[in-house]
Design a protein around this ligand. Sequence first.
Ligand code: DMJ
Length: 566
Amino acid sequence: MPPRKQTDSSKQSICSSIGALIRSRLRATTCKYVGFFVLLFISSYLYLSPLIITSVPQEPISTDYLNADVSKRDAVRAAFQHAWSSYEQDAMGADEYHPISHRGFNFSGDGGIGYTVVDALDTMLIMGLHDEHARARQWILDKHSFEREGNFNTFETTIRVLGGLLSAYHLAGDTLYLERAVDLADRLLPAFDTPTGLPLPMVNLAKRVGVRDQWSSDQISTAEAATLQLEFKYLAQLTRKNIYWSKVENVMSVIYKSLLPHSLVPIFMSASKGDFTQSDIRLGSRGDSYYEYLIKQYLQTNRTEPIYKKMYADSMKGLHDNLVQKTSRQGLTYIAELIPHRSKDGSVTWDRSAKQDHLVCFLAGSLMLGATTSGAAKHFISIPPRLEELTQEGQRDWQTGVNLLETCMDTHRTSTGLSPEIVMFRANEEKGESERDWFIKNSRKGGPSSYDARYMLRPETVESLFIAWRLTGDLKYRQHAWNIFSAIENHCRLEEGGYATVLDVDTVPVSRDDKQETFFLSETLKYLYMTFSDSSIIPLDKYVFNTEGHPLPIFKPTDTKPAFAL
Ligand code: DMJ
């Protein structure tokens, strides 16, 4: 269509005044629109910019995809190869490895069951170490056996060997691993043959009988009894054999019936009566993974078992009411222990101790994971979570998790950058000569090193850093993880091969103990590797990690029926 010609002057003046009117309207409208869009932008920014409850991370992430840091990831992979290759050369197949003397050690005189090999399988698969994995698989095919006349710890064998086989089966799809897992589980089942069904601490794998504690025949450790469930339940799901499920579910039912009003658990139980015996309450050794498996059992079955949400929520309330403490100077959050005392009239009182095991550092990540799942107020949780996406309990747990992780990092302020096995937090009135709000008991400069001063390649802090990184995308967590990895490289790494325990984290140059724990391969290096990998590697909404760092897939239970419910 040809352009219209404007020939008439009046028309022109009308048009020009209309034009002026339109332009002025347009200016006003433009101003309004600009104002509107500025307001919209600011409010959208405020809405979309996720808030960590008290601290906004330096670089908030608005996507759920986190990129790899390739050079750091590959450095961790190389460390795994350094640890594995010397074990393979010196002690292939042995349960444990002593890297300084270049020897292996088995848990029974009749031979081992490949603790180290099986514990390391899924890390190899995750790291893409195909040659190492092929040789490890060949060893399992040719030399591995559970027909061993010896007593093996029920809990350790379940979390390291059964968990390792199941995870490797899931990742590799190799039925060899599932067959071995079934063989092992069948040999472990007699541990549950007690009047209550609570498992005995040991099993003779060849004889297929449960074995009582040597010193206290009725006593069992609470965390050990309640940290078998993820493994046996996944096996039940795979095999459709309900016995694996019912045995471990019964354990939870017995514990549930014996719970104290605050839902915190003493660390020992009676296998014959099913109640708690007078013993410490703590989130460290013998208590830790009881709480870890409450939230993870809830997640493993795709949140279909509300009993575990309740048990977890009740115990986290008990934790906050009784155990969460802060130091007065630095304001460090720590988890105290309760020590029982029986007075002459028979009543029990509880003393609070300011001791915290390195093991407790698992709880930081566990609380953050729990806050964004069991403590979620909405279906979608941002990375990092926003305040209104969490319930009040979720907000409380998130904050405690974040704070506890800061404390765990503070315990790395040592001469080596490694954290000790156990720390004591200073009471208000105690003045430390150092800058630290905590100290290592029985440790004196120049004196013999105490047990508490060692770092035995444990994973708990890097485990929590991994979860914190995935849930926040805050680069400070990667930086902390890298600092810990660097300290391990500087002080635990043996040039001739392998990594060893450091005896005193505050003494440089270090003295070492001749031991490379199997969890260094299954947990510490795996969590470090995943922290520097992209977040498609073992996503947290598809997997739960067993307490030994073995990822098991989340599933909806099919045939198996929970033994107890709300
Ligand atoms: C691992 O064997 C497991 O994480 C267990 O639950 C306790 N801690 C060690 C590693 O420190």
